[in-house]
Design a protein around this ligand. Structure first.
Ligand code: DMJ
Length: 643
């Protein structure tokens, strides 16, 4: 059994060369045909060869009439062709697996699909962008708005905290850009792209259902699964995506698994952060979207089982909990937790308290925020990456990043403030201070093309390294601007969005690597370098997530175009023919991107959901004035005002 799956893997990898599709059957078929051919007698072989030659001669003789037919542009059917149905033999187009090309795409929006030498693309699109003139208007407007109620001031920044209306806040386009386009075409394009996302989801689901049902992650190449917590992670992460994508049938089968098979009474260690954002967050949002109390009951169950994590000397939670035994512990090698992990579970636990009217969940996570707020060791609002669960202090100080281990700390400052009705000023202040800290310490421009990027700081030394994870930031900045934060947050969001897009488009596969390094010295010939060890792509969502926010809030359709381009590249280089999508090892080799044989749960939970929301022009589909997305793309309601 094991052996056969390894053989599959080798042949599948080979098929990736040139085709972009991981189909394991070709080589096998070639070998077995050859064996059969050798088994035939000499007479049989001569007869077959004779027939083939005869067919070839007939083919040559009929060639002119056939090509004539084709040139006439007329579609041959069985009834009007004297030769019967003509099926021309064509080589399979290399690496084309996605949905059929859409006529509107070529006629209405000419997308640059260049690859290879990393030259900057789409720079021109930036210039003369209608939305940028609106930014100036908004900046002028914001002074006037400051005189009205719901305004607070932070270090000179005027912040309008009044309820936002999508598409009308700082830096957002007032006019609905689609009006400039032909409405019918725009509608057609929208439905084709939405269907393409549904189709991608169905394909991913097919693989999961066939080879990994009820398990954590699909391994699409080996047609098997991997287990992390043993809790059906992909299925739970994908529940609300199916609901939003209107995939009722798939949703119902998943729901019945949750009802009959899902149990948290298991002797397993789970990571507090990962299970909170994926499982608790997924169940809570599905409850809100469907109103089905099955999901709320399951959310309460997992939420209460995670609580032992907070039983630490400092009240800063441990990273791991055994949800069957109710015992928590730090990782074996340290008593530290990750700062992003302990500060990115708040949206979910706060919501659980609100729904259950049981205050202990909210109290536990609020205590973490309170302590982190007061801690020494920050740099202009930027936090280190680790925190000790015994003494509650930051450790490994002096390193600052918006990437792994710190990223969602910043995201959740803003989002908690929004979730709670924009009343918790301390959260807002920490967020605003951190963004100023980013601008002062981490923001730089690349050479030769001046891409704005967020680097890292290590003991005062700047490193031009940026994780793909940082690409959540344009979306978060745009969301802040939408909620009344300074208009220059939207300007920065747009600049960083361009950079994240370039991280895709400058790669030979059109897919971003996990980490890039920007060139800063004058005379550089390219802006982006990728180290050998950083060339993988895990099907991560952050860029698509930010494209969604940027499109939703500016109405600029270029963000949809960029997203479409990226979706096509996922289709081309990560789709596995038997079902599912795989992470890849090398985004710089379109001939052999080298599958890693894993479909992360966030591909269904986040990436495909954000694609769908990006392509939809319906601002009421998970309105940003009613919902706030957790860091795993599960929408949770913004609390209704009690005042
Ligand atoms: C997801 O689990 C979440 O988005 C998290 O905040 C970061 N990592 C992955 C996706 O990249």
């Amino acid at each position: 059994m094991h052996l056969s799956s390894r053989q599959d893997y080798v042949s599948i990898s080979f098929a990736g060369q040139g085709s972009g599709s991981y189909n394991n059957s070709k080589q096998w078929r070639r070998q077995s045909c050859w064996r059969k051919w050798k088994q035939l007698s000499r007479l049989q072989r001569s007869l077959i060869l004779f027939i083939l030659v005869l067919l070839f001669i007939c083919g040559i003789a009929s060639y002119p009439s056939v090509t004539e037919h084709l040139r006439g542009g007329k579609q041959d059917t069985a009834s009007d062709s004297i030769l019967g149905p003509f099926v021309p033999f064509v080589l399979p187009e290399p690496a084309k697996q996605g949905p059929p090309p859409l006529p509107e795409l070529t006629s209405q929006r000419k997308l640059s699909n260049k690859r290879g030498p990393p030259v900057l693309q789409n720079r021109l699109q930036k210039k003369g962008n209608a939305s940028e003139t609106v930014v100036e208007d908004r900046a002028a407007d914001s002074k006037k708005e400051g005189e009205e109620k719901g305004v607070i001031s932070w270090r000179g920044a005027v912040i309008d905290t009044d309820e936002a209306t999508e598409g009308t806040k700082n830096g957002e386009n007032k006019e609905d850009a689609p009006a400039n386009r032909e409405v019918k075409t725009s509608k057609d394009l929208e439905s084709s792209w939405l269907e393409a996302v549904q189709e991608a989801f169905r394909h991913a689901w097919k693989g999961y259902k066939e080879f990994a049902w009820g398990h954590d992650e699909l391994r699409p190449i080996s047609k098997s699964y991997s287990e992390w917590f043993g809790l059906g992670l992909t299925l739970i992460d994908a529940l609300d995506t199916m609901w939003i994508l209107d995939l009722k049938e798939e949703f119902e089968e998943a729901k019945s698994w949750v009802a009959t098979e899902l149990t948290f009474n298991k002797n397993v260690d789970v990571n507090l952060f990962e299970s909170t954002i994926r499982i608790l967050g997924g169940l809570l949002s599905t409850y809100h979207l469907t109103g089905d109390t099955l999901f709320l009951d399951k959310a309460k169950d997992i939420g209460s089982r995670l609580m032992p994590a907070f039983n630490t000397p400092s009240k800063i939670p441990y990273s791991d909990v055994n949800i069957g035994k109710g015992i928590a512990h730090p990782p074996r090698w340290t008593s530290d937790s990750t700062v992003a992990e302990v500060t990115s579970i708040q949206l979910e636990f706060r919501e659980l308290s609100r729904l259950t009217q049981e205050p202990q969940y909210q109290a536990a996570v609020a205590e973490v925020m309170k302590q982190v707020h007061k801690l020494d060791g920050k740099l202009d609002g930027l936090v280190p990456m680790f925190i000790n669960t015994n003494n509650g202090q930051f450790t490994h100080q002096g390193i600052y990043t918006l990437g792994a281990r710190a990223d969602s700390y910043y995201e959740y400052l803003l989002k908690q403030w929004i979730q709670g009705g924009k009343k918790e000023n301390q959260l807002l202040e920490d967020y605003l201070q951190a963004i100023e800290g980013v601008k002062k310490n981490l923001l730089q421009k690349s050479s030769p093309n001046g891409l704005t990027f967020v680097g890292e700081l290590s003991h005062g030394q700047f490193s031009p390294k940026m994780d793909h994870l940082v690409c959540f930031l344009p979306g978060t900045l745009a969301l802040g601007a939408h909620n009344g934060l300074p208009a220059d947050h939207m300007d920065l969001a747009k600049e960083l969005m361009e950079t994240c897009y370039q991280m895709y488009i400058q790669m030979e596969t059109g897919l971003s690597p996990e980490i890039v390094h920007f060139n800063m010295h004058q005379g550089s010939t390219r802006d982006i370098d990728v180290k050998l060890a950083d060339r993988h792509n895990l099907l991560r969502p952050e860029t698509v997530e930010s494209l969604f926010y940027l499109h939703r809030l500016t109405k600029d359709h270029k963000y949809q175009d960029w997203g479409w381009e990226i979706l096509q590249n996922f289709e081309k280089y990560t789709k596995v023919s038997s079902g599912g999508y795989t992470s890849i090892n090398n985004v710089r080799d379109p001939e052999y991107p080298s599958p890693r044989d894993k479909m992360e749960s966030f591909f269904l939970g986040e990436t495909l959901k954000y694609f769908y929301l990006l392509f939809s022009n319906n601002t009421n589909l998970i309105s940003l004035d009613q919902y706030v997305f957790n860091t795993e793309a599960h929408p949770l309601p913004i609390w209704p005002s009690t005042a």
